[in-house]
Structure formats: C-alpha cells, structure tokens
Write a new protein. Structure first.
Length: 258
C-alpha cells in the first residue's frame, strides 16, 4: 500500500512539473513577454531584459537556441509573443507552416568570421582557402545548417572558398553557433565558423578573420511579432530607443534604421 501511495505522489508531482514547464512555454500572462531568441543575441538580450523589466515592470522570459530549432518549436505549438531569428530561413519556414505572423522588421546585422586560438604565420595575409585547409586545423566546428542560420552562412562560404567536400572530414557540426564556439574553447576543434559577436566574452586569446559578405547571404536578424498588445508595443518602442540600440552596438551588432 505504501508503495502504491508513493507511486501516486510521484505521478502527481510529475504531472505538476510537466504542466509548469508547458505553461512557461505556452502562457500568455498579462505581465510578461515570452521571447524566443537566437542564441547569438544572448548578451545584449539579457541586458535589455534587465533594463526593460526595471523600467516597465513587465517580465521577459527568454528562450535561447538555434533559430531553426526555435522555429520548429513554434511550428509544433510553442506560443511566444516575439521571435528574434538570426536569419530569414526560419521566418520562411514559419510561413510555410502557415503560422500567423502579425509583423516582421529587421533588427540588427552581424559578421561571419573564422576564428582560432592558434597563431598561424601570416594569419592576416593568408587567403581564406589557405587558412581553412591548414593542417593545424584538424577539426573545424560550425553550427548545423539544418538547425541554425550561422551554419547556413558558414556552409555557403565554405562552398565558395574551398568546396565543402574537400574539407568535409574536418567539419564538426553542433546544434547552434555558441556550441560551436564552445567546441573551440574546450579543445574539441582547432577553428570555428561563428559570428564576430560570439567572442565578446571569450576567455582565451583569439584570432579572427572576417568572411567577406559576398560569400554568403546577408546576415540579418528579423524580429517577428505574432500579435499586438500593450506589452509588445512597449517592447517594440523600447528597442527603438538610443539606450537599446547602444547595447546592440556595444556587443558588435549593426543597427538597421527604421
């Protein structure tokens, strides 16, 4: 009997926890905003969250991940107020799934780089093909193109520079761009394709080389609003303030003009 009672208690606790998690993703509280955000925006969005909450008393719940992963969550029923993607492919995916979208605007842009902790000879002078093919780089990490736009841009650049098949044996794919950077930090790769902003808090000395923008699609972050209400309008207005723009700029992003 004790065992049965214990089992019932565990079952009840499991249901309560599951409902709590479900509500945190699917809720529509009047005093909060749920924002799905590309993981490459982690630092500026955490800062904006703190300032916005203090100013308006409206709580922001942030869900960070690869943009395509987030879009897939939305297509399966997740219900954020706002989605900030690191590219337009996730937005197109949502349209293909007939997800109702109230409005889309371009928020910021970014720069793709290849980075390493290894100090190569003539790093700045060497061509990208020479760098990518360097024997010091046995493993090059990048976000999976199926899960994150950073991976799409990286794959486009690789195909333009050297051809993916020629270095496929080196490539290590991760679920998002921050995981790719962490592979480098942990010594699981010798180089990484990532955004220049992904190294703002990188703990080691790093060498970065910009990937020319003509080698990949333009890196732009659309902000997608799924509905309109007072809280969303306040957040949209706050993003247009000099205070919010300065935060993005301080982290290396470029602002789109309205």
């Amino acid at each position: 009997m004790f065992k049965n009672k214990y089992t019932v208690i565990i079952l009840i606790m499991t249901i309560v926890i599951s409902l709590s998690i479900f509500n945190s993703i699917n809720r529509k509280h009047q005093d909060s905003l749920l924002i799905f955000t590309a993981v490459s925006l982690s630092e500026p969005m955490l800062e904006i969250k703190s300032l916005f909450e203090n100013k308006y008393g409206i709580k922001i719940l942030l869900n960070f991940n690869g943009s395509q992963t987030l879009a897939s969550q939305i297509s399966r029923g997740a219900n954020p107020d706002i989605f900030i993607s690191a590219g337009n492919t996730p937005y197109d995916f949502l349209l293909s799934k007939q997800i109702n979208i109230y409005k889309k605007k371009l928020l910021v842009s970014n720069t793709l780089v290849i980075a390493t902790e290894i100090e190569l000879n003539n790093w700045n002078q060497n061509e990208l093909k020479t760098i990518i093919s360097d024997s010091n780089f046995k493993r090059i990490s990048m976000a999976d193109p199926e899960l994150a736009p950073a991976g799409e841009y990286s794959m486009q650049a690789i195909n333009q520079i050297v051809g993916f098949k020629n270095i496929e044996h080196k490539i290590v794919k991760t679920k998002n761009v921050r995981d790719a950077v962490n592979y480098l930090r942990l010594g699981l790769s010798e180089a990484v394709f990532a955004y220049t902003t992904d190294f703002n808090t990188y703990p080691h000395r790093i060498f970065k080389k910009n990937i020319p923008s003509h080698l990949h699609d333009q890196i732009e972050y659309p902000i997608i609003y799924f509905k309109s209400n007072d809280n969303i309008k306040k957040f949209e207005k706050y993003l247009s303030t000099d205070e919010a723009k300065k935060i993005f700029i301080n982290y290396g992003f470029k602002i789109y003009k309205d």
